[in-house]
Design a protein around this ligand. Structure first.
Ligand code: FAD
Ligand code: FES
Ligand code: MG
Length: 316
């Protein structure tokens, strides 16, 4: 099991967790993600690794509660544990010198884009960061955004903080001011990434998007995360998650992402009506597992593969 060493709310329905996962922490690179499962009957969900600390053996993730699993996860606190974590998964971001690199991030996408923004800056790029959010309470990590960039803009839909308007407005403003832009990375809701692709495509600005398709196993086996790039099928988990925006069929992505919407809404409603019981059940299951794990660790001699937790077994 994976202990949560720190949990704090960073925005409206957005929580940051630092979790003990030493082997993932040692291997993680910007742009990679992990897949976690909260309990035996729980679904597996992908989350980007915001940062890792190999010395402390921890990884940090940021979670926006939008449905059942993310809402249950965001009820957890420091001292709780997560049942399963696999990672790091996916290709790291391609980090090289482009010139001026613009990062466009929407809501929790800011946390997902930060590691790549830092890496691009370190590679000598002039990084311009455009963070968008619905309103002030959803603006996250402003200090880090400023630290990772030479120039940062905060946009809110309702004008409650920063400038009023969408991230696309700011990108269009920069282009209208003839600012040179050599590379764009867009991370956020699919309509936002599609809108960015529509702006940069005709100008032939190299643009990458981080695709948030539905994932199950994260190893290319289940086909759940299939995306269409031109005429080719790709798996976001093993071929991505970042892809050339000009190639992505966003309509198919949106269609596939909404495939289970009715079930997801029912599941969230059920959770909202029974959140206290569900959290108590989860904690009871984890406490049982903890006892099982400590008994197993005593019985198994060190080095026996059966004693490896899943993260270790995959990376062994
Ligand atoms: P549900 O109500 O079940 O679903 C809500 C919507 O989330 C769905 O309509 C669908 O579009 C999407 N979704 C549902 N199940 C999955 C799934 N198994 N895999 C992917 N998407 C799903 N969110 C964050 O808050 N922080 C992150 O750092 C982050 N990183 C991600 C990295 C990758 C590579 C991907 C693919 C997604 C990432 N997401 C991230 C999105 C996150 O995985 C979903 O919000 C989460 O799975 C929703 O689960 P739910 O049960 O709470 O919501
Ligand atoms: Fe199963 Fe990508 S998540 S193939
Ligand atoms: Mg779900």
């Amino acid at each position: 099991m994976y202990k949560i060493v720190e949990a704090r709310t960073v925005g409206l329905n957005i929580k940051q967790f630092t979790i003990q996962a030493p082997r993932i922490a040692r291997k993680q690179r910007p742009g990679q993600f992990l897949i976690l499962r909260l309990h035996e009957k729980g679904e597996r969900i992908p989350l980007t690794i915001k940062s890792s600390d190999p010395q402390a053996g921890t990884v940090t993730i940021v979670v926006q509660a939008i449905g059942k699993t993310t809402s249950l996860l965001n009820c957890l606190e420091a001292g709780d544990s997560i049942l399963d974590i696999v990672g790091p998964l996916g290709h790291p971001s391609e980090v090289k010198f482009y010139g001026t690199a613009v990062i466009v991030a929407g809501s929790v996408g800011t946390a997902m884009a930060l590691p790549t923004a830092y890496a691009l800056k370190q590679a000598g790029n002039r990084v311009v960061f455009i963070e968008g959010a619905r309103s002030k309470e959803m603006v996250v990590f402003e200090d880090e955004v400023r630290a990772a960039s030479e120039e940062a803009y905060i946009m809110t839909d309702d004008g409650s903080y920063g400038e009023r308007g969408l991230v696309t407005k700011k990108l269009n403003d920069l282009l209208a001011a003839q600012r040179p832009i050599d590379f764009v990375l867009a991370v956020g809701p699919v309509p936002m990434m599609r809108a960015i692709a529509r702006i940069t495509g005709p100008l032939a600005i190299k643009t990458m998007v981080s695709l948030n398709s539905i994932m199950v196993d994260g190893t290319g086996m289940c086909g759940g995360c299939r995306v269409l790039l031109g005429n080719a099928s790709k798996f976001a988990c093993v071929d991505g998650p970042e892809f050339d925006a000009a190639q992505v069929n966003f309509e198919v992505l949106m269609q596939r992402n909404s495939m289970y919407r009715d079930k997801e809404c029912q599941s969230l409603k059920h959770f909202q009506d029974h959140s206290t019981e569900e959290l108590a059940e989860l904690r009871a299951e984890l406490a049982g597992k903890q006892i099982e794990e400590s008994r197993f660790a005593v019985e198994q001699p060190t080095g026996h593969p059966g004693s490896l937790p899943r993260e270790d077994a995959l990376n062994a």
